[in-house]
Ligand binder design. Structure first.
Ligand code: FEO
Length: 437
């Protein structure tokens, strides 16, 4: 059997066919994917990624924690076979069933049919979809577990933590009690491939760590905080995620970073009065100034509502990312677009597409715009907002070409209606704009 002992003084490096011992009786048996440049279509990976899987040996058997992407199964099995026989495996834990971690699971089940699989309750439907049991391939025994449940391997104990939505509903963490090692799944992971494996040996991966959080965990900040409340009280010698470096040097720094990244940022510096206000952000684009005039009038109307602070931005003059940060901490979002060739204009769609990385639950949305012929843009924006889980309490406002004084008053009324919905005066209703003028 080939294993490399990874004490801090050794020149350790993951080599083909070798497992790397990361703690007494605990081995890394994952795979390296240094050539990957785009993960899941959306996430760039300048240094590739790793699919980290682990093996825990106790006096009464072996556990495998997570597997690897299917294309890397041979690499995983070679490392596993370097430190264990398949008939020793009693326990398989899948902390998360996305294919980059469950790809080698069906084959592992075939090779270790005596092992029992442990997954979260929410993972059950995904497991069935993944394995698609048939007459040729009978279904595998599995057991669902939650926070505090334990499995004993004799002198090693696996304890489970229910940490859903990080970043799928099924996600959990597994803690080796005697070694104070947390197998955290995607949490605290990053796409950074370095065969030196450990955070104190790898190149600088801080950018990759923050970038991974921003794309994968950011929409689930409240769930991150819930998970931190479970993880922070644990004694921790090491955090072993499923991607990127194993965090053995001062692992709590990474918990602190997650807490920082998940905490509100934009109320600071705006004063106590701002924190007490509801915030409405109005973004617009305008070809001939008509949608801009609507935006200004809506702002004026919304500002009449006590407790509402309104900000107005021309999308033609700003970069998207700062706007996404602002929207994350706002209560309501109004988008104004002219209709050009039967559609809203591209910067509106770009902004809406960028919102997938933040949690929009509980925020309000509204749409408005001037149009020449057909005016589809407003309805299209509203539909997209609903798709993003924004509540759209006031039916969108469309004005043909140049707004008259009466129509600008309509815009102010639209702003007042939106302000009322934000402060709770019309909560739970969808207001027909015609009823408000
Ligand atoms: Fe690394 Fe969500 O899978």
């Amino acid at each position: 059997m080939n294993a490399v002992l990874a004490d801090a003084g050794a020149p350790e490096r993951a080599r083909p066919g070798e497992a790397v011992e990361i703690a007494p009786g605990v081995h890394w048996v994952g795979a390296l994917d240094p050539a990957l440049r785009t993960f899941d279509i959306i996430l760039r990976t300048a240094n590739g990624t790793t699919y980290n899987a682990y093996l825990v040996r106790g006096t009464e058997g072996v556990a495998i924690i997570d597997t690897v992407k299917a294309e890397f199964a041979d690499e995983f099995f070679a490392r596993l076979e370097a430190v264990a026989r398949y008939d020793e495996i009693r326990v398989i834990v899948l902390n998360h069933l996305e294919p980059d971690h469950s790809g080698a699971l069906p084959e592992l089940m075939r090779r270790a049919p005596q092992a029992r699989l442990y997954i979260s309750t929410r993972a059950t439907s995904m497991l069935k979809a993944l394995l698609k049991p048939s007459e040729d391939e009978p279904s595998f025994e599995y057991q669902t577990v939650g926070t505090g449940d334990e499995v004993s391997l004799g002198d090693r104990t696996l304890r489970f933590l229910h940490t859903p939505y990080l970043h799928w509903p099924d996600t959990q963490c597994t803690y080796v009690v005697e070694e104070a090692v947390l197998f955290s799944g995607d949490v605290f992971g990053c796409h950074h491939c370095d065969s030196r494996l450990f955070n104190d040996r790898c190149g600088d991966f801080r950018f990759a760590f923050d970038d991974y959080y921003a794309h994968i965990m950011r929409p689930f900040k409240t769930h991150v905080m819930d998970a931190l409340r479970l993880i922070e009280p644990l004694p921790l010698k090491m955090v072993a995620p499923t991607h990127g470096p194993i965090l053995r040097d001062r692992p709590r720094r990474y918990l602190t970073r997650y807490r920082e990244l998940s905490s509100p940022r934009f109320t600071e510096g705006l004063g106590e009065a701002q924190e007490a206000h509801k915030t409405l952000l109005i973004f617009y684009l305008s070809s001939y100034g008509n949608t801009a005039r609507m935006a200004e009038a809506i702002r004026d109307g919304a500002e009449e509502t006590a407790g509402v602070r309104v900000s107005l931005y021309d999308l033609a003059g700003g970069a998207l990312q700062p706007f996404v940060d602002l929207i994350e901490s706002a209560d309501a979002l109004a988008l104004g677009s002219p209709t050009i060739n039967g559609d809203a204009v591209k910067p509106i769609w770009d902004l809406l597409s960028s919102l997938a990385v933040i949690d929009l639950k509980g925020k309000l949305g509204a749409a408005f715009g001037s149009y020449g012929w057909t005016g589809e843009a407003v309805r299209m924006i509203e539909e997209r907002m609903r798709g993003l889980k924004l509540r759209v309490p006031v039916v969108g406002l469309r004005i043909k070409l140049i707004p008259t004084d009466a129509e600008l008053e309509d815009c102010r009324a639209f702003g007042r209606a939106l302000g009322a919905a934000m402060t709770g005066a019309n909560a739970g209703q969808t207001l027909e704009f015609a009823d408000l003028v």
